[in-house]
Design a protein around this ligand. Structure first.
Ligand SMILES: [Zn+2]
Length: 230
């Protein structure tokens, strides 16, 4: 089955970000037959208060939980860049890594996080989410579509330039698209529940996620800033 905007690349900082930020939409898209790939900059190696748990074990656990959650969503490949959690910087190395994945997977839609510093007067954006949004937008335009950026990707690795047609910023400060996830909210919650190490009180967290998506008319929504690139 082929649908418009068939290929979707989700570029986020941590395991669990795709499910929390846009899992309902991704589950819908997967059910429609879209091919979904995740690229995660870190493997969430600061996501535990247990000081006795070795980082390598935490990384392995979080990657396994992410694989299980992606299976619930219906996403396919996951690329782990394994940068240190909490220390993500939108540097040229990260931009190049993202250009490589974009040229390999050749998505129509790229989904990422908002590169802003803060949300109104309510909260500060996590620096990793900010850095990943920043690096993703910088990779998308103009680098991914121009062979003169990171020329070794083309001359050595044979990765031809590629320009995605849309970028969707999940949980944006200024949304311009609403997706009705009423039919996939259950799958979103089920996928979030796969991140067991991050949910000491799963019922509380899942209920909060459900309430945040719930609308007065009974529907469930996720919001995005969609930018049409071409
Ligand atoms: Zn995160």
């Amino acid at each position: 089955m082929t649908v418009p905007e068939q290929r979707v690349l989700v570029c986020m900082a941590h395991p669990d970000d795709p499910e929390f930020f846009c899992g309902g939409t991704l589950a819908l898209w997967a059910a429609e037959g879209r091919d979904i790939c995740y690229v995660l900059a870190t493997s969430g190696d600061k996501g535990s208060q247990d000081a006795t748990l070795p980082s390598a074990e935490l990384t392995a656990l979080r990657e396994a939980e992410q694989r299980a959650a992606a299976d619930v969503i219906g996403a396919g490949e996951i690329v782990f860049l394994r940068r240190p959690d909490g220390e993500l910087v939108a540097d040229l190395g990260l931009r190049r890594d993202l250009v490589r994945v974009i040229r390999l997977f050749r998505p129509d839609i790229v989904v990422s996080t908002d590169p802003l510093y803060y949300y109104g007067d309510q909260r500060v954006n996590h620096p990793d989410h900010r850095a990943m949004g920043d690096a993703t937008l910088s990779a998308l335009f103009p680098a991914a579509g121009n062979s003169r950026f990171f020329p070794e990707l083309w001359t050595v690795e044979g990765l031809a330039p590629h320009s995605p047609s849309q970028v969707w910023i999940a949980v944006p400060m200024e949304p311009n698209v609403e997706v009705d996830i009423s039919s996939s909210i259950g799958r979103k919650l089920e996928a979030i529940a796969r991140h067991k190490s991050q949910l000491p009180e799963p019922e509380f967290v899942l209920e909060r996620v459900r309430q945040r998506a719930a609308q007065p008319d009974g529907r469930y929504l996720e919001r995005f800033r969609r930018i049409i690139l071409r």
